[in-house]
Ligand binder design. Structure first.
Ligand SMILES: [Zn+2]
Length: 234
């Protein structure tokens, strides 16, 4: 018991002094428009507070740079269609989606990843596919690793399809070539310096060649889908 307590204190101290980790923000569910979702909102708050530092660690992100405000609202929108999005350091979630999909906490993790990403505006270039792929990579391979999804149809799919397809491609490329590839892309994207040639720099092969190899490999099932493409950031 004492050992466990000591280990816990050491862990907390390490967390506090981790060079990449600022004080993690608090998350506050705003369910004023839909008070019946308050219990769900409380779970989402707790989930975000546990997973925010985890995602910072997964992406090896420099969280001290352009830090979030101390309190991040999770606003449940009564009249919103779609699923969820992040804008201006706030998470917005469609109440109707939660009511019809009460088990979909993976969606919260996807949006939370966008909060960790917080790439400079208009500097991700045409890499929106990668931004969404990374969010589903975190969701699918870290938060929901046991969820099985349909195989990718390579007759029509491309790495730029974003979401679960890009997530599966990133996962495969990490396993085959560069274990911290997604974290490296996080650094480049945060610096506004991501370009497709970085696949060559970090794996030795260009992205089209990697995609062909991925397709030929029989491709593992994709995991962690965002059901609708509604995220607006960036
Ligand atoms: Zn998204």
């Amino acid at each position: 018991m004492i050992l466990t307590l000591r280990a816990g204190i050491v862990f907390l101290l390490l967390l506090c002094f981790h060079p990449c980790m600022a004080n993690p923000p608090r998350f506050e569910a705003d369910t004023r428009q839909v008070p019946e979702l308050q219990p769900w909102g409380k779970v989402a708050e707790a989930l975000c507070e546990v997973w925010y530092p985890k995602i910072v660690g997964i992406l090896k992100s420099n969280d001290r740079e352009r830090p979030l405000p101390p309190v991040v609202p999770i606003i449940f929108e009564k009249d919103m269609d779609g699923v969820a999005y992040v804008a201006e350091d706030k998470m917005h979630i469609a109440a109707k989606w939660v009511t019809s999909h009460p088990g979909d906490f993976g969606m919260v993790i996807h949006e939370l990843t966008h909060l960790v990403q917080r790439y400079p505006e208009n500097k991700a270039g045409d890499a929106g596919w990668l931004v969404e792929g990374i969010a589903d990579y975190v969701r699918g391979y870290h938060f929901e690793p046991n969820v099985t999804n349909p195989r990718i149809n390579f007759k029509t799919a491309k790495y730029t399809d974003a979401y679960k397809t890009t997530a599966a491609f990133l996962r495969w490329t990490e396993k085959r070539y560069t274990p911290d590839l997604v974290a490296r892309f996080q650094t480049e994207l945060r610096a506004g310096k991501y370009r497709d040639y970085l696949f060559v720099k970090y794996t030795g092969k260009d992205v089209d060649t990697l995609w062909r190899e991925f397709a030929a490999s029989g491709a593992e099932p994709a995991s962690g889908a965002e059901v609708k493409k509604v995220s607006v950031r960036p």
